[in-house]
Design a protein around this ligand. Structure first.
Ligand code: ATP
Ligand code: MG
Length: 496
């Protein structure tokens, strides 16, 4: 018997000015199947899913649902034929409540009025099925990320979707929330829903996917059942070359202390002290909410500290604002590129220049030539894909936006670099480049703080690891080579 696939996309082609994002891409999906869509930053994954979600109209190609051809002209229409796309950047309307978002476009009505009671009841049923506790009347903007995502998934269920797309759904989730998401995905599978799953975290692919489809430069380059592929083969398919090691070697030894932090307090951060030495990469890990980002923000002057001393190279610093921190030679790569790192409407090169104005305009005017040169340099080593350097940042793929933010800080020549989740959303090939750059910074004598939730990354990159829980440092691991993920997790959960 020849079962018709739930979804059959054929020859999907799409160009944007200066970029051919998709070149005749095919994708099939069966009921109850999880297909992982993989590829480097800018490969075309999100664009393909925007075509499926009715948000981008293709230049060519066909889409069949259970054998029937469909034209998807708008997101609402896609939703109505059973396709729910949960985008990299969520699509909820922030001021509306969870309930209003859930039923947006298919309001439950009685005699022409919105039946709030019915909607409320249905919302609660859906949240219960997903195992989350959300007040349907709370505005979505005040929900934590994991709950906003649950509202999106509930919306898919409310519309009786047959196909659910998740574009990097775990980027902002804790390990525990990822487990819950996987339980939800298994439940959706069991109900015959087909799922397209996009992620740069290979462990997740092996944990949840049935089949992988790999794109490179907007074209299909491979497709395998998950059982028939190894981690290395998968990386090679994505990147187009073999990567023997995931972490480049570093042969420098940390020297004297450069950044010394004593008794730092503010927000949930409670009496945090540590030092970062010359040429050292200090790992800072813990669960989301442990106070890692807050620590970095206090050091950077982005939040006000209530106590604590910050000393750089023996000189006490008085940091009251990010401007003070930058002047003192401290840089912060934020975890949230969308709201803190980039001006989305500005061109890439312009964004690149922004925090660098002080040295780019040393004699009072913008030295555009130099800006361009520096950008080209970092653009190459990080493999930032842009058609031209004045492309507005909002049109870049998620991973490429992150790289622009990174390039911005690298070009500044800071003495202390605070990296908050620097490789989130970055493909495996470019991750290696970022690790190499971190090593170069260390070799040049800088002090680097590497905040990361990915334990293999901290174990592979740090000279020493601090583990935070509840705003305090709970453990210091000096013998990183002998440390295990279990040991770190235990400290991160507040154990020994
Ligand atoms: N609206 C747009 N205008 C111009 N270019 C665009 C637009 N949307 C996407 N692109 C370009 O199309 C290409 C594919 O981008 P896409 O977002 O699909 O990549 P991706 O595979 O999702 O990458 P990532 O892993 O970084 O999220 C990129 O070069 C991107 O800059
Ligand atoms: Mg994407």
């Amino acid at each position: 018997m020849n079962v018709l696939p739930l979804l059959d996309m054929r020859g999907i082609t799409k160009s944007f000015p200066g970029v051919q994002a998709l070149r005749g891409v095919d994708l099939t999906l069966h009921a109850g199947e999880v297909v992982a869509l993989l590829g480097e930053n800018g490969a075309g994954k999100s664009t393909l899913m925007k075509v499926l979600g009715g948000a981008v109209s293709p230049d060519a190609g066909t889409i069949h649902l259970s054998g029937e051809e469909v034209q998807l002209r708008s997101p609402l229409q896609a939703h109505r034929v059973g396709i729910a796309v949960i985008y990299q950047e969520f699509n909820l309307v922030p001021p509306l409540s969870a309930r209003e978002n859930l039923f947006l476009g298919q309001e439950q009505t009685r005699a022409g009025f919105i039946a709030r009671g019915t909607e409320r009841r249905r919302s609660l049923e859906l949240f219960e099925r997903l195992g989350v506790q959300i007040d349907p009347d709370v505005p979505c903007r005040s929900l934590p990320v994991a709950q906003q995502q649950a509202v999106e998934i509930a919306r898919a269920l409310a519309f009786q979707s047959r196909i659910v797309v998740m574009d990097e759904p775990t980027a902002a989730l804790t390990a525990h929330e990822v487990e819950r998401l996987f339980a939800i995905i298994r439940d959706l599978k069991a109900h015959g829903i087909g799922i397209v799953y996009i992620s740069h975290r290979l462990e997740e692919i092996f944990a949840i996917a049935d089949r992988i489809v790999v794109l490179r430069d907007g074209a299909n380059v491979g497709e395998r059942p998950i059982g028939g592929v190894t981690r290395n083969e998968l990386i090679e398919l994505m990147v187009g070359r073999a990567l023997t090691d995931e972490f480049p070697p570093r042969d420098t030894r940390p020297g004297e202390p450069r950044l010394v932090v004593e008794g730092l307090c503010g927000g949930i951060v409670d009496d945090v002290s540590f030092a970062i030495r010359r040429g050292e990469v200090l790992g800072l890990t813990g669960l989301v909410g442990a106070g890692r980002t807050e620590t970095a923000r206090l050091l950077f002057g982005a939040d006000r500290r209530s106590a604590g001393r910050i000393v750089l190279d023996g000189r006490p610093l008085s940091i009251r604002s990010p401007r003070d921190a930058i002047a003192a030679g401290i840089g912060l790569l934020t975890e949230d590129r969308k709201t803190q790192g980039l001006v989305l409407a500005h061109g890439v090169r312009e964004n690149f220049g922004l925090p660098n104005l002080s040295w780019l305009s040393r004699w009072g005017w913008l030295r555009l030539g130099q800006e361009r040169r520096r950008f080209a340099e970092y653009g190459d080593s990080l493999r930032i894909r842009v058609p031209h350097h004045d492309q507005p940042a909002k049109y870049l793929s998620g991973g490429n936006q992150q790289k622009v933010v990174l390039a911005k800080w690298l070009a500044r020549n800071c003495e202390v670099l605070l990296f908050d989740e620097p490789t989130r959303g970055i493909d495996v090939g470019a991750k290696y480049e970022i690790y190499r750059i971190i090593n170069d910074l260390a070799a040049a004598g800088k002090a680097v703080l590497l905040i990361s939730s990915e334990l293999p990354e901290v174990l592979g990159m740090a000279d020493r690891i601090l583990v935070m829980h509840g705003g305090r440092i709970r453990a210091e691991i000096t013998d990183v080579a002998a440390a295990t993920q279990e040991q770190i997790l235990e400290a991160a959960m507040g154990g020994a």
